[in-house]
Write a protein that binds this ligand. Structure first.
Ligand code: ATP
Ligand code: MG
Length: 691
């Protein structure tokens, strides 16, 4: 083949064009490749991102699933709990329905039994509700807790009376073994009390009659350990790991027909975890169980000073009845309120009794478990004052009150025998008749000069205790209304334990009401039965024994045989047989006043639900300081139902000025009594601020 120039030219052009085209193609191919690489890169990173995102999505999904789960379990818990609460509430309702339909009208024993059943069920429902609330509290560790050094020995001692009674009902032997002293642990006393109480309650509950429950406390180098051991039904191995779950109850427990929600141990576990402790259980079916908890010893800020001789840290000794004798009784400060004896007897300890002189004394010293509660609840000691003051929101000078009223009993038969307006009797009657209370602790007249405490459960008893019998003999023990302030009223409360009387009202002097409030702050028997406290204004009580009467005659020319009525208002008022009325200033009565009263600093009965007295009201009326919400409610109801009526006042301004006058007088008397009491305490060398 012959290649001509033209051919070459064409060829050259073609080649060049081809080369160009190829170059272009190559260029484009390379660019496309680069682009492709870029895209691939982008794809890879997009894929990575996608992976990351999907991981996040997975996480979010599982979080959402978990979040969805929470309300479900809570809902389940709520349903379960509602279900648990339904059955006791249903039995309360049916018992009340039957009673309302008059089912037990002709059979008082059956009537009482049904009411007792309803009450028992209500108490266990309340226990369950309390458990749920406590569970809420321990679940939320952010809730502020007043963590402080806690002495477990003290806690156990506080629980002993109530648990002893509980065990007694179940015919289970209950005992405690603990050393005299133990290191403290850091917690709140409320949380630890709940833990201990739950374990002991379980042990008693799941131990058949005839069995034994023992509580031990001990310590080693690092920790303090508590153990609750029982000889009860025991727990099967497969159940042991589940009993700390919320609402879990073993079949054996259910078969035993023991009431429960299955929350107690889950709360116990949370409490132990909250304070870095341990909780363990060892158990054998049919033989018994042993629950042990331990907490690290607390490092106290104030390091104890070492006792040189023993090289051991000295520990604070629990004050017991002997201390009460030394610090209060021998100094003449005992107000004879009967609180210490009442607790000791109701707690089945029986170490104390009231002597013939109405002063507490050892009945059987050997029975004293040195729990120190008698010392703590005495109105003349100050260890619990701050606690009680705080729980009532006390304010100087006469405590908290919502209103001051001047009123009288509407019922003429009450009003006639009343020293003032008879409001206290009328209120008690209202509470009794409307079944707000099962009984009232009042004092009954035994002789012309003697009264003794009694539990009134009927209108007749209440009126009899109020005492209409002024004629001929004097009614000298009374201070206000009809209730003597010279009766160891609280010693009657122990008579309520084990009876069908579950809610009682008490009428008392400031020292008596203080003792009750202290008992209630420790949750000790028998204070739990006191549903309402009426406090009497109290300047002082008198001793009208033979020397007292002589003093009265010599100094004031008053012969008690001529006295028909005694009242205490702005001063001491004697009404005589011949119609004369003699007013004697308090200072002139000091010689016949009880020494304990002269050292007392409470006039207005600051811790009552309602305080009452003649001061500040015209004759025939009672001044009432309405303090607590309960006091307000009962007063309002009694007024609405016509049991009491208020003094008729003109307009609102007049009501206010009368109220101001009543409060003003109460404040003046309170300040005067406080100054007198503080001066007397100083003379006696008694320390401690009193409110
Ligand atoms: P509550 O919430 O009223 O305390 P509960 O006693 O049934 O009800 P927990 O205290 O949580 O609930 O106890 C859970 C379960 O563990 C009980 O139902 C019972 O089956 C078992 N249990 C707990 N203590 C004992 C014990 N001392 N002996 C035998 N079984 C026990
Ligand atoms: Mg329990």
């Amino acid at each position: 083949m012959n290649w001509t120039g033209a051919t070459w030219g064409w060829l050259s052009v073609s080649v060049a064009a081809g080369l160009l085209a190829m170059g272009g193609l190559l260029y484009y191919a390379l660019r496309i490749k680069a682009r492709l690489q870029e895209r691939t890169q982008e794809l890879v990173s997009a894929q990575d991102e996608l992976c990351e995102r999907s991981e996040l999505l997975d996480q979010a999904q599982s979080e959402m699933a978990r979040l969805k789960q929470v309300p479900k379990t809570e809902l389940l818990s709520m349903l379960q709990l509602t279900h648990e609460l339904r059955s006791p509430l249903a039995s309360i309702q049916s018992a009340l329905d039957m009673l309302l339909q008059g089912y037990a009208k002709s059979d008082p024993a059956l009537h009482d039994e049904m009411l007792g059943l309803a009450r028992e069920r209500a108490a266990s429902t309340l226990d369950q509700v309390n458990d749920v609330l406590r569970l809420g509290a321990v679940q939320h560790s952010e809730i502020e807790r007043r963590v402080r050094p806690v002495q477990l020995i003290e806690l156990v001692k506080r629980l002993v009376p109530e648990k002893t009674v509980r065990a007694k009902w179940k015919a289970v032997d209950f005992s405690v073994q603990m050393p005299d002293s133990l290191a403290v642990v850091s917690a709140t006393p409320e949380d630890l009390e709940h833990l201990l109480s739950n374990l002991i309650n379980n042990a008693i509950k799941y131990t058949p009659p005839g069995g034994r429950v023992t509580v031990y406390l001990e310590e080693d180098e690092e920790k303090v350990t508590g153990t609750v051991e029982d000889t009860g039904i025991g727990i099967a191995t497969e159940d042991v790991s589940r009993i700390f779950e919320e609402f879990y109850r073993t079949d054996a427990a259910k078969e035993m027909d023991a009431q429960g929600t299955g929350l107690g141990l889950s709360i116990a576990k949370r409490v132990v975890d909250l304070y870095g402790g341990q909780l363990g259980v060892a158990s054998e079916v049919g033989k018994g169980s042993r629950f042990s908890f331990s907490f690290p010893k607390a490092v106290t800020r104030r390091q104890p000073v070492l006792d040189r001789r023993s090289r051991r840290a000295p520990r604070e000794r629990v004050k017991v009845f002997r201390d009460l004798q030394r610090e209060v009784i021998l100094k003449g400060l005992c107000g004879k309120c009967g609180g210490c004896v009442s607790f000791c007897s109701a707690g089945a300890l029986g170490a104390l009794e009231m002597g013939e002189d109405d002063l507490p004394r050892y009945a059987k010293g050997a029975k004293c478990v040195a729990c120190g509660i008698c010392y703590l609840i005495c109105p003349q000691t100050t260890d619990l004052d701050a606690e009680v003051r705080e729980s009532f929101g006390w304010r100087a000078p006469i405590g908290i009150y919502q209103a001051a009223r001047s009123a009288r009993a509407s019922d003429e038969s009450i009003h006639r025998i009343a020293t003032d307006g008879g409001v206290v009797t009328a209120l008690l009657l209202y509470m009794l008749e409307r079944r707000r209370i099962d009984g009232a602790i009042v004092s009954r007249r035994t002789t012309a000069f003697g009264r003794e405490p009694m539990i009134a459960t009927t209108r007749e008893e209440l009126l009899a205790a109020a005492g209409s019998d002024f004629g001929g003999s004097s009614h000298l023990e009374q201070l206000s209304d009809h209730y003597t302030t010279y009766s160891p009223t609280l010693s009657a409360i122990k008579g309520l334990e084990g009876t069908r009387l579950h809610r009682a009202a008490v009428v008392g002097t400031p020292c008596q009401i203080r003792s009750i409030r202290k008992m209630q702050s420790l949750h000790v028997v028998p204070s739990h039965v006191i549903a309402f406290a009426v406090g009497l204004f109290c300047m002082e009580n008198f001793i009208f024994d033979a020397p007292g009467r002589t003093k009265l005659k010599d100094k004031l020319q008053i012969d008690l045989a001529d006295v028909t009525k005694l009242n205490v208002k702005e001063d001491v008022i004697f009404a005589l047989r011949n119609g004369k009325v003699i007013h004697v200033p308090f200072e002139e009565m000091d010689e016949v006043a009880r020494p304990a009263c002269l050292a007392c600093t409470d006039f207005a009965n600051d811790y009552a639900d309602l305080s009452a007295g003649g001061l500040g009201s015209p004759d025939g009326y009672t001044t009432v300081l309405i303090r607590s919400e309960k006091g307000n409610q009962i007063y309002g109801e009694a007024l609405n139902h016509g049991y009491i009526k208020e003094r008729e006042s003109g307009d609102w301004a007049q009501v206010r000025s009368e109220e101001a006058e009543m409060v003003g007088k109460a404040v003046a008397f309170a300040q005067w009594k406080r100054a007198r009491g503080e001066a007397r305490l100083k003379e006696l060398g008694v320390e401690g601020e009193r409110q």
